[in-house]
Write a protein that binds this ligand. Structure first.
Ligand code: 5GP
Ligand code: ZN
Length: 139
């Protein structure tokens, strides 16, 4: 787990390490992923160090969200693709390797094989309602 001080994305924000930038304002930065899973794979981050989505102030998330829309629009027009995924991994089990919240914008084409598996299953009777009640306790 990395802290703010050794955070690679904070270093990119501070231009201490290089990146290929596509969009920047006072709050948000978007840059090309160094290990793309499709051409045009772009990351959108808040400049402020926030580890996970649930730790992000709603006002900041609103600004990040606006940039995600803007960049997704540009990426989908610029890159030959018929779709895109927007992905925010939170926590190691969810595949988060960099502990600075980020949104992947991943251009997609039919049958590109980038994500093939969506392991959907059915809830037994009543389980969805039970889980929803539990979630609502924390809202
Ligand atoms: P995560 O697995 O945390 O959701 O995704 C982290 C992403 O950051 C990965 O797709 C990885 O390729 C990208 N990444 C990691 N280090 C760097 C870097 O130094 N520069 C850039 N541009 N991307 C990085
Ligand atoms: Zn950071």
């Amino acid at each position: 787990m990395n802290t703010k001080d050794d955070c690679i994305f904070c270093k990119i924000v501070a231009s201490e390490i290089p990146s290929v930038k596509v969009y920047e304002d006072s709050v948000v930065l978007a840059f090309m992923d160094i290990g793309p899973i499709s051409d045009g794979h772009t990351l959108v981050i808040p400049k402020e160090h926030v580890e996970k989505l649930d730790q992000c102030r709603p006002e900041l998330m609103a600004q990040v969200g606006q940039a995600v829309v803007k960049v997704a629009n540009a990426v989908s027009k610029a890159i030959p693709s018929d779709g895109y995924n927007v992905l925010c991994n939170n926590g190691i089990s969810a595949g988060q390797l960099v502990d600075h919240m980020h949104f992947h914008i991943i251009p997609r084409n039919t049958d590109d094989g980038v994500f093939n598996r969506w392991p959907a299953y059915e809830y037994p009777q009543g389980k969805a309602q039970k889980l929803a009640e539990k979630i609502k306790e924390y809202l």
